[in-house]
Design a protein around this ligand. Structure first.
Ligand code: MSP
Length: 687
């Protein structure tokens, strides 16, 4: 099928800008990036929209806590999202922020249009009920206490006159939509959940708020701002240039006219109701004069959660892993490959750094990386750096190089069965490896009479490498581009048509590039330590500036201090401006004098020491990243300054209950412990 020039419009949810992204939030964006890259290789013109959700109470409150304005908070955080997407090689084409004026105009126009073309759809009514400020969900329409169905926290009581959307009137129309577009929600079992929800009856929905200031003003009634979900969902339109949606509008961009409606809204499973019930109903009310196909998204695709110790990874639970340290330690492709290969798309998946490094070493370093460096080095050494002559592929490779092989992989990508696609692709890596092991080109090379066989073996290995690179490119874009160049292939691998890929495309006689390793083997212990140190830098409240894409800074100066030392201006991540805090913020930190009772090394951790510190009324276990600067025996009896009201954290399976203060000296940030020149009792307050 010729897909050339067909359009494909894909969106991620827009992320709450109240905090920085973690691996869970990166997951949705990486999955969409894989789809976007794959679709481009299928010949589609792709619009890939992502962005940040910047209004609402949770933003207001997060800003208040930090003592900054909501505008400053979202400005800062949206940049962290953009930096991370850059680091992860995300090929989005459009980024929308809900605080942009173009977005506010779009939201107001969509409501104005709705009021005009569906006069009964929006009305004023008194609202009294429970509302979750974290998930922006109306939890119940009665004043009785209730917990949020998504996060489980108690919902707040709200009582005010609001604008309502008459959702109940859309029940039949929605059910008809699900009938007409049976794959409107995917996976199927989610479609069934949505249908049952709608069949059980719909309640009208409050779409404005009076008590909140941080939002888009309601047109003509500035006492109200928009309910954040009405605001946020409209970003799927404003983000690509929707302005008024009028017939032959001169204001809507050509891009909007070309790409809207979206082919896929990719979302996490917890926000299905907003996308599969509210959003289509809002659109039906706004465009009753249009054909469904002109405005209704093609599909709402729900994925599962990344779990950390069986719970959803989320900032509020404090069980998050961050993407930046992983990328800086192992490269962008490592995280992308692990998430796509390990998590069965659509289901929940456990996240573990240990498993990530194991997967990296097995499939990337020992698998593809090894195949690539062996093959290219042998072509360099035995064939003068030129791709040898092609002869018929031997029978044991035939099956994997048949059309069925490519079709199966494309089919898996089309169905978003990424793990399956990767398993099949890596099947080819394994077969090529086995073939090399059987034929032993290093032995063949010693006998000139075996030259034809040697050429064939190396051709097969190199061609397998080319094929694998093209097929795996959507998932591991960086390494595959490098292998592509090392195979002497011109241009960008992303421009190769995945539909036209077939065995034999590698031209004999091609001069290969300089063979260079793409996935160096990772020492598990060292890598884990490196990642944990960088994670601690991110979590450490002393490090005001976020991790950015300055990879060299972090990897070349891996900080020597561990979790239990406040980051200082020498910390690689504590670069830019450190915000001033008031005395009331400082007063939140409890500092005390402590006396070290015992100190010991932790097996497997080079930098950490386990200390027992007497703080007057108790003896605390504290882990400190000072092992490279202090011998345990020199610390016993020493007076230290300890932060005593820091939430306990686990490192290397051990709990740390406090943090020692130290100066960070020199470019390596050598820790020098704070102490007292005069005598102080254990437990004395430090102010
Ligand atoms: N702002 C709303 C979306 C509005 S879209 C019009 C929102 N934001 S969010 O930041 O909370 O979540 C954004 C996406 O990140 C969701 O798809 C969510 O499922 C995903 N993830 C957040 N934590 C996650 C995991 N632990 N695992 C997988 N995805 C998760 O909802």
């Amino acid at each position: 099928m010729d897909n050339a020039k067909k359009k494909y419009y894909l969106t991620t949810p827009i992320y709450y800008a109240n905090s920085r992204p973690h691996v869970g939030s990166a997951y949705t964006t990486i999955v969409c990036d894989v789809i976007a890259r794959y679709k481009r290789m299928c010949g589609y013109e792709v619009a890939y929209l992502t962005g940040t959700d910047e209004h609402g109470v949770n933003i207001e409150r997060a800003a208040e806590k930090l003592g900054i304005s909501p505008a400053d908070l979202v400005d800062r955080n949206q940049q962290i999202f953009r930096d991370l997407w850059k680091l992860l090689g995300i090929s989005y084409t459009d980024f929308v922020r809900t605080t942009e004026p173009r977005h506010a105009v779009a939201v107001q126009n969509l409501v104005r249009r709705t009021q005009r073309v569906s006069p009964d759809a929006i009305f004023k009514r008194k609202y009294e009920g429970r509302y979750c400020i974290y998930d922006n969900l109306y939890v119940s329409d009665t004043p009785e206490p209730a917990d949020c169905q998504i996060c489980g926290r108690p919902a707040e009581l709200i009582s005010e006159e609001n604008y309502f959307f008459g959702l109940s009137a859309y029940q039949e129309k929605l059910l008809q939509l699900y009938k007409d577009q049976p794959d409107f929600v995917q996976p199927d079992f989610r479609m069934n959940e949505v249908k049952s929800f709608v069949e059980s009856g719909l309640k009208d929905l409050s779409i404005s708020r009076k008590t909140i200031k941080w939002g888009i003003p309601w047109p003509g009634d500035h006492e109200h701002v928009f309910y954040v979900w009405y605001d946020a969902l409209t970003s799927y339109m404003s983000g690509i240039g929707f302005v008024d949606g009028e017939p032959n509008s001169k204001k809507d961009s050509d891009r909007f006219k070309k790409f809207w409606p979206a082919d896929v809204h990719m979302i996490g499973k917890e926000i299905i109701r907003f996308h599969a019930v509210y959003w289509p109903a809002f659109l039906m009310a706004a465009f009753p004069d249009k054909k469904l196909s002109e405005y209704m998204p093609g599909r709402i695709q729900a994925h599962g959660w990344l779990l950390f110790e069986q719970e959803k990874m989320s900032k509020s639970k404090g069980n998050v892993a961050y993407a930046e340290p992983i990328v800086k330690a192992l490269g962008n492709d490592a995280l992308r490959y692990y998430l796509l290969r390990e998590v069965v798309f659509g289901q929940d998946g456990n996240f573990s750094k240990d498993a990530l490094i194991t997967r990296y070493n097995a499939d990337l370093a020992n698998g593809l990386g090894n195949l690539s460096s062996r093959t290219l080095t042998m072509i360099e050494n035995y064939c003068g750096g030129v791709v040898p002559a092609q002869t018929a592929a031997p029978p044991n490779l035939h099956e994997l190089t048949s059309t069925t092989f490519y079709n199966t992989i494309r089919n898996s990508y089309d169905k978003f069965e990424f793990s399956d696609a990767l398993t099949i692709i890596w099947g080819l890596v394994a077969i090529a490896d086995k073939y090399l092991a059987q034929e032993k080109p290093w032995t063949l090379a010693k006998d000139p009479a075996q030259k034809v066989l040697l050429d064939q073996v190396l051709y097969v290995a190199a061609e397998s490498l080319r094929i694998v690179s093209v097929l795996a490119h959507p998932v591991i874009p960086d390494a595959t581009q490098k292998i592509w160049e090392q195979l002497g292939q011109a241009g960008k691998i992303e421009n190769v048509s995945i539909n036209d890929l077939q065995w034999g495309g590698l031209k004999p006689g091609t001069r290969i590039g300089k063979p260079e390793g793409v996935f160096p083997r990772a020492d598990k212990k060292e890598t884990l330590e490196k990642i944990e140190t960088m994670e601690n830098e991110i979590r450490n409240p002393g490090a005001a500036a976020p991790a950015t894409s300055h990879e060299s800074q972090v990897t070349s100066q891996a900080p020597t201090q561990g979790e239990n030392l406040l980051a200082t201006s020498h910390s690689p991540l504590a670069t830019a401006s450190i915000a001033k805090i008031g005395i009331e913020d400082f007063a939140k930190i409890e500092l005390r004098a402590g006396i070290v009772k015992s100190a010991e090394r932790i097996p497997g951790a080079d930098k950490l020491l386990k200390l027992m510190v007497d703080i007057g009324d108790e003896v605390r276990q504290v882990l400190a990243g000072i092992a490279l600067s202090y011998a345990p025996e020199d610390l016993v009896g020493r007076k230290v300054v300890i932060v005593t009201n820091l939430a306990p954290r686990k490192m290397r399976g051990l709990e740390s209950n406090g943090m020692l203060l130290a100066a960070s000296v020199g470019p390596d940030g050598k820790p020098v412990l704070c102490t007292f020149a005069e005598d102080v009792p254990a437990g004395a307050k430090v102010k």
